[in-house]
Design a protein around this ligand. Sequence first.
Ligand code: ATP
Ligand code: ATP
Ligand code: MG
Ligand code: MG
Ligand code: MG
Ligand code: MG
Ligand code: MG
Length: 274
Amino acid sequence: MAGTKFSYVKKFELPDPLLPNTFILVRIDGHAFHRLSEAHEFMKPNDERALQLMDHAAQDVMNEFKDIVLAFGESDEYSFLFKKATAVYNRRHAKILTTLTSLFTSSYVFNWQKYIPDVALKYPPTFDGRVVLYPTSKEMRDYFSWRQADTHINNLYNTVFWALVQQGGQSTTQAHATLRGTQSKHKHDILFSHFGINYNSLPERYRKGSVLVREEVVEDARHTDTTPTGNDIQQSTENLEAKSEKKLRTTIKVYHCDIIQNNFWEEHPNILQG
Ligand code: ATP
Ligand code: ATP
Ligand code: MG
Ligand code: MG
Ligand code: MG
Ligand code: MG
Ligand code: MG
């Protein structure tokens, strides 16, 4: 390709490869969603519609980036793990991070109305994003444990906080003061004795966040709408054979399960394999 006398400026763009053979973790987080959730009247402590919208955007990201093997979402954040050997965009840092973050954001906006039809967006939501590289599966396990433990701590706090405000008649300042310095057991006690809420019976989505994995499902490839007319026996036999074929199809599954204990990782051994 012929250059012009100007094209030397392209050389000022520096390569930004991510270290080979390390896990690439991308975490996106809603910018100022405390404000966004208030401006758009999210239900507190958990607006399920908003969480489902986040899950939808994350699935769009996984459909586009086939090397993502696991995603975990809570509140206004999502973490995406690429398989260790991924060559996506030649592992270019900015290319991966900006494309993923902008796809997540545009999907969030694109699908907003589907999930929150009664509230129009008042301004464009934005997400920040970062890449973190982890060398071993131990750090990877600990990373996801860290995020799920965070989900639990925040949700317990927010559940008691909003019970004190919405049912206990406290101001938000009073509720923060009531909870200052309290241990987890004390929060469970307040919830149960004052508000009759058994924390462990709250929806798993709120307590554990969303876990997205790829799983192969057996799909029956039979076409029920192509009944042969009977005037070509040979043709219809071939159709019958084709009809009983089973196909393996990869789908994205959404769970709200524990990812701190071993169980999940034993059931999904491929996630942390090179
Ligand atoms: P930034 O401005 O870079 O986004 P932040 O404090 O919002 O800073 P995040 O990485 O978005 O940082 O934080 C994710 C979560 O990590 C937060 O929910 C917070 O509870 C927790 N967190 C933040 N800083 C620390 C820290 N130093 N150690 C442990 N947990 C932290
Ligand atoms: P930052 O820009 O630093 O991330 P932030 O205001 O987004 O600031 P976060 O720590 O990311 O702060 O917290 C996100 C906030 O968004 C939560 O504290 C909560 O108030 C609100 N939020 C997010 N998702 C929901 C939801 N599904 N239902 C109710 N509130 C939500
Ligand atoms: Mg943050
Ligand atoms: Mg945020
Ligand atoms: Mg932040
Ligand atoms: Mg957040
Ligand atoms: Mg381009």
